[in-house]
Each structure stands twice: as C-alpha cells, then as structure tokens.
Design a protein around this ligand. Structure first.
Ligand code: SF4
Length: 764
C-alpha cells in the first residue's frame, strides 16, 4: 500500500461533534425514546408496534441483529428485544424504497461520495440491478437475465476456484445449506464468511481444547452462575439483551467482573426497560469489578491471575478442581510448569492493570466455582487471538467450570445466524465427514481442497486469481480489513454480485460488471408454490428455531435467498446437478429433509423446528465430554504473553462500534453511551497522552499506520479525551478499517487484527 486513495472509504467530512459525559448506565428511558425515534424515521408508530410484537416471539421472526438467544419458555408479550434490535428491524422494514429511478438520478460515483449512513438510509431495493461494463449507473435487469449472466461468467472460468462465494451471518439455515451445496457442486470450497473476521479464533481455540468450536453455556446458566467474567466484549451495544441475563446473575447473588480497555456503560449499570421501577430508579449494578486492561494485555492479565491462584493452591489448596482436572483434562503438569516460568510483576505490568485490582479479581475467581466467561472481538481480533481464548479455557479448566450448570464458555456471536451458517457447511475448510455425507446424499464428489477464507479471498482477487465475487448478504468491503486493498481487489474482478436488501458501499466498489439482487427481509412473507414458508436459524447458544415474517414484501420483484440460490444453481449447473432445485424451493421442508440427512444433530428437523422454542443442538462440552479433541480430553495449552514495544509517538489502536450501528450498518451518528454525538471520525485518547503529544480536545489529526514497510492513512479525525489506558486509542469501524493491514492476522485463524493496529498521530 502507498496511501493512495481509491474512494473505497467513506467521505472524510466532519458532521458536527457534540459531547457529553459518558453514560454510567445502559438502556432505561433513553433507550425507549431512541427506539421510538428510529421507528418513526422509517414507518408510522402503529406499523412499528405491529411489527415489534412479532419480533423474537415463538411464532414470529428472529431479530436480524445479533445472535443472543431468546428465553426458552416465557417471553415478554410486547418487548422481547432491545433498542438495537428495534433499530435493525426499523432499517429492514422501512417504508422507503430504492428503485431504478433512484439509480438513474445517482451515478455510482455520486453514491460513493456519500456517507455509509446516507447510503443505508436510502431505502429498500426493489428491482434486480446491473451495472454494465463502462456504464456509470445501475439499471434494471430481468431476474432470468441476471442469473444467465452470472451462470455464463461462472462457466467461462478456467477453474471453479476462480470464483469466491461469501456469506454474511444473516443468511438462514435453509439458504446457507443450499448455497454451500450449489458452490460445492460447482466445484469449489471458496466459501469465506463473516466468521472469518470475528469468531474464527474462538472456533479454532475451542475445537482444539474442548472439541467443539461453539460455546458451552445456555441462557439458563446465567441464572445459576456464581461469577460471570465479561472480557473483550461490550454487550450494552453489541448484544444488549445479554444485560437481562447478567441482571439475573446478580439477582441470584452472582458476581460480574468486566475486563475491557474502556469502561463501557453497559457493564456498569442496567436500567431494564421492561421494569417500570428500574426505569425511574437507579437500575441494577452489574460489574462488581472493572479491570481496565491495556489493548491486548489479556493473556498477561490472565497469567497474573493464574499465578496468584496457583500460589494459593500450592499454599492452602482448595482453589483448583483436581477431580475434574484428573478425570477430564490433559496437559495440566506442562501447563503449570510453564505458568511458573512467567514473572508475576512483568505480567501485571504488561496487563496495564493495577496489581490490587488483579488480586481482587483473583480472589473473586478463587472464591467461586461456577464461572462463565463471555468474550467477543476484543479477544479474537489479535495476532494472538487463538491464544487469548485458549488462556480463557485454561482458567475454566482449573476451576472445573465447564460442563456443569452455571459454568462454561460463552463466545458471543455477532450476526443473527453466523453460527448456523457454519453448522450448515459454510466453511472454506469443511470436515471430511461433512463432505462424505454430501457425496452420499447427493451422489457427487464434493471438492476436497480447502478454499479461501476472507483474507485469502481478498488477496486472490487482488492478485487476479479469483475473478467472480458473489456475496449472499453483507457489506463485504466495509466489513473487511485494509479498505483500499479490498477495494482494489473487488475492482479487479470481472463480475461482482451482491444479494442485498438495501444499498451499501460494496455495491459501489465493483467489478467490471456488477449485479445487485434484491431479496426478502426476515420480517417479510415468503410465499412459494406450496404456500407460506418459514426459515430457521441457530443462536449463539446452539438453539435452532424457526423464523417467519408476515409483512408484505417491499416489492413484488423480491425473491427469497433460497430461491435466488436455487435459481442460480439451475442456471449454472443445468442438467449436471444431481439436486432437484425446484423441489427444494416449492416447500422449504424439502430443504430441511436433506439437511437432516447431512448435518449431525438435525434428526427430525421438520418436526423439532416446529416446537415453539426450537431445539438444542448436541454440545459435547456442555455434557463435559471432550472425546472429540485429539487427546480425548479437555486440553490445557501454553500461551506466551505477547509483549508490545511501542516507539515514541506510537499508539495501539482498536476499532470499536458506536451505539448507533450494527456491524457495518450505521443507524445514526450518535454514540450515546460514550457521550459522543453526531460524529464518527473521532479518535479516543487518554488525556495524559494528549498532553504529551500537545493535542487538544477536538484537534484535527491524521492517523498513520506503518506495517511491514507500508504506510496506511486515515485522514481527518477529531481527538476526544476518554478514559482509555495510556498508549491506547479507539476509533470507529469501518472508518479506520483502512489502517488494518491485510497481512496482519491472527495466527491459526487468519482473522484480521482489528483490535490492535499500531498507529501514530499527525496534526493536520
Ligand atoms: S439482543 Fe440482539 S437479537 Fe436480541 S433484540 Fe437486541 S439486537 Fe436483536
């Protein structure tokens, strides 16, 4: 990279910052007001209330936001959702429409000059659209022509491996299963997904240590936990209903420790909008202890904690669960030997946390046996992301805190069906057992070579090795690291195709020819030959359940995602395919029937998914059975403390989300909990660091990243003083994705290191 701009990034204009003190509680009356405001922006209040009554209800549709689970039994009659769920569904069910007229008025270059917020607010797509080679505007295309064009392009490739098929985490189980089946019948495993950019590190670490790449806890475990540790996660914004679960932990006498560089409002106090008393009162205090760890100081902090625990165990005993360790684990002696080689003071120093706080945390952990540890991108998106999670597992294993009620692992997933898509086979590295089943059920030979994950797909497109990019949902460009590099990669393609509900920046940074295929949203009625259909999804805790919308679709031209996939498969594979694609779409029960034959845990799928609360998938770790690991036991691992040597003027930067966004979707320009309004181009800095750099509040700066001899720039940001550890900074995603180098990835998982980029700050 040379710092050259190619307009893949949002515009660099400021929008008029306003600031208040950061909030000291989450939700409450302000959340209700914000929800109403967002509904009113997109529809009438009556329409909004009608819609929300169905969200997350047993016979309704699943929130298109995060993957936090719904209660199995009792659900709130009116409000089984959070503020950000309201924003997500208001965006999807908006009454605004974007048809061919809109694209006649706005050229692609014009749209690219707008902010992501403006683009996202334009409305729902109504027609399939094509951007022809050398044309400046998208225009309408018939569905049949669109499928034909894609099929011809795919079939003209020298190898199926020259095509990349991306999936975002909103895609239903049924669409995802058909998609991977089509892609594998086409002949490639190039199935990157958004997991590659978020919880891939969790999957890698948990599979190795516990034999399953998913978390082990259920929602009910939060009621029973003695202690919940929330590390590298901001549930108040990214998984807000988790606060209700944490409230239950507290109500039942449990404790909460928060470990995060930022003191997030959502972990301090929660005013439950469903409780009138809490709305007028002070709410529930959540974190008993907050440890302001430095960016990527987590392993150091955990090691320091483990050293205190080990010392106490050796002195007085009673800290570790030796029966569990002996019966269920492997590698304990090696782990302890290695732990002792770490210097306690050095670990405390590297963690950035005061020793007294580390000791308090260790004491709480030692005093409790039913421990849940929750985490998200703050742990996974580091060079040592896999090691971070392995160290979390070490702590749980010492305490015997896996496979019993009130205890276990809880990687909190982002997009609403990201876990289900992986279960359905959306993976560039499929297991042999899965491929064998596909072969058997569909009488073909699925490709065995591993495909591209996200980072490798971007590099392949950039290098001309991949020429067609197809995205089933998502906003690939904005979600990906190294924005300019990714933009160049997409432009290098002969064809880019996006299945979408709304316009986004990925439609504007395109291949020689580009298509937008508009699809139904979660809240909309899906009618096929045999009548209305429902779909299914899997939440963060392995519960598979149905989702069915009943709104009139935004346009009569929209197709469902399964229909789009099946139509594309028919056009591309023709008589070569062994699948009766029409039959699959006539009735989605037919898709579920074949899923049942291929994917373990889906026996009697059609029957079980019709149960109002859905069904739990098998989870060996939940049952304290670790047979699937290489040793047949839960594995202790050795994870070195990462050291960071920053030169003068260098800072660690992590990307974060505002309270008004979900992943790449920008609902508004505010970050209410952090007290930052109407501005996204900010860099949060410690006030002492500002002094030493001679920076003042609202100072205009450029952010410069230097990595392996390359320079990356993100220009025009405002400095905001914030309680963040020294030498740490935070900026909003996706504005600073441009600074995340494509080659800076986690070992093993290849996840971009969006939570640690070294930058310097230049005054403008
Ligand atoms: S917690 Fe997540 S799934 Fe639940 S309503 Fe909020 S955004 Fe939707």
């Amino acid at each position: 990279m040379n710092g050259k701009k190619t307009n893949a990034q949002p515009p660099e204009e400021f929008t008029g910052i306003r600031k208040t003190k950061p909030a000291n509680y989450a939700a409450g009356g302000k959340a209700i007001k914000s929800s109403i405001d967002h509904i009113r922006d997109e529809m009438t209040l009556g329409q909004g209330i009608g819609l929300l009554k169905q969200m997350n209800q047993k016979k309704g549709f699943d929130c298109p936001g995060c993957a936090w689970p719904d209660p199995d039994e009792k659900r709130a009659f009116l409000a089984e959702y959070c503020e950000n769920g309201v924003k997500a569904i208001a965006e999807e069910a908006t009454m605004k429409r974007v048809g061919p007229e809109f694209f006649k008025q706005h050229s692609v270059a014009d749209l690219a000059s707008k902010s992501d917020y403006w683009i996202g607010k334009s409305g729902r797509l109504t027609h399939p659209l094509i951007l022809r080679e050398d044309s400046s505007h998208y225009e309408e295309i018939k569905w049949s022509d669109a499928f034909q064009l894609i099929a011809e392009q795919l079939n003209s490739l020298e190898s199926p491996n020259e095509a990349v098929f991306y999936t975002s985490g909103r895609t239903s189980n049924e669409a995802a299963f058909l998609y991977q089946l089509f892609v594998r019948q086409f002949g490639t495993n190039n199935l990157p997904d958004c997991s590659n950019m978020c919880h891939e590190s969790s999957g890698a670490a948990l599979s190795e240590t516990l034999g399953i790449g998913k978390g082990s806890v259920t929602l009910q475990d939060f009621d029973k936990a003695d202690l919940v540790i929330v590390i590298g996660q901001n549930p108040g914004t990214n998984h807000p209903r988790m606060l209700s679960a944490l409230k239950e932990t507290k109500k039942n006498g449990g404790k909460i420790i928060s470990i995060n560089p930022l003191p997030e409002a959502g972990l301090m106090r929660f005013k439950d909008p469903q409780s009138p008393l809490e709305l007028i009162g002070s709410g529930t205090e959540l974190a008993d202890l907050h440890l302001p760890v430095t960016i990527n100081g987590d392993v150091a902090l955990l090691k320091a904690t483990l050293l205190i625990m080990l010392a106490e165990e050796e002195k007085n005993g009673g800290v570790f669960d030796h029966r569990f360790i002996q019966e269920k684990t492997a590698g304990y002696e090696g782990f302890v030997t290695d732990l002792k080689t770490n210097d306690f003071d050095q670990c405390v120093l590297e963690s950035g946390v005061e020793e007294s706080l580390v000791r308090q945390a260790a004491q709480i952990i030692m005093n409790n046996d039913k421990i849940i540890i929750c985490w998200a991108m703050g742990l996974t998106q580091h060079r040592n992301g896999v090691q971070n999670i392995r160290e979390v597992v070490n702590l749980l294993l010492l305490k015997g805190s896996i496979g019993k009620p009130g205890a276990g692992t809880c990687p909190v997933r982002g997009h609403s069906n990201v876990q289900g898509d992986r279960t359905m086979g959306i993976w560039e590295k499929p297991k042999e057992s899965f491929l064998q089943k596909l072969d058997e059920v569909f009488s073909f030979s699925a490709p065995r070579d591993h495909g591209y994950d996200v980072v490798d797909a971007i590099k392949a497109m950039h290098g001309g090795k991949a020429k067609v990019f197809f995205a089933l949902g998502g906003n690939f460009l904005s979600a990906s690291p190294d924005t300019e590099f990714c933009g160049e990669a997409l432009r290098n393609c002969d064809l880019t195709v996006h299945v979408s509900t709304k316009p986004n920046r990925s439609h504007l940074i395109h291949g020689k020819t580009a298509l937008i295929l508009p699809c139904l949203g979660r809240s909309e009625k899906d009618v096929q030959k045999t009548g209305e259909q429902f779909l299914s999804v899997e939440n963060s805790m392995g519960v598979v359940h149905s989702t069915q919308g009943n709104l009139k679709p935004a346009s009569t031209l929209l197709l469902s995602e399964p229909d789009i996939v099946a139509s594309l498969a028919k056009a591309t594979l023709g008589a070569k395919s062994s699948v009766d694609w029409d039959k699959m779409i006539e009735n989605y029960d037919n898709i579920r029937d074949v899923i049942e034959k291929v994917v373990p845990g889906f026996e009697f799928y059609n029957q079980k998914v019709r149960e109002p609360q859905g069904f739990y998938l098998p989870n060996n770790a939940r049952a304290a059975n670790f047979e699937p690991t290489k040793t047949g036991k839960a594995n202790f691992t050795i994870n070195p403390v990462p050291f960071h040597n920053l030169n003068a003027g260098q800072y660690k930067m992590m990307t974060i989300r505002t309270h008004d966004q979900y992943n790449t979707t920008v609902y508004g320009l505010h970050d209410r909990y952090r007290g930052i309004y109407n501005e996204r181009r900010v860099v949060l800095m410690n006030s002492e660091d500002m002094k030493s750099e001679n920076l003042v509040e609202n100072q205009k700066v450029n952010l410069i990243g230097r990595f392996e001899g390359e320079i990356r720039r993100a220009d025009n940001f405002l400095v905001v003083s914030y309680p963040i550890p020294r030498r740490c900074t935070a900026t909003y995603f996706p504005e600073t994705n441009v600074l995340v180098p494509i080659n800076s990835v986690a070992e093993i998982s290849n996840t971009p290191t969006s939570k640690l980029v070294v930058i310097s700050i230049e005054k403008r």
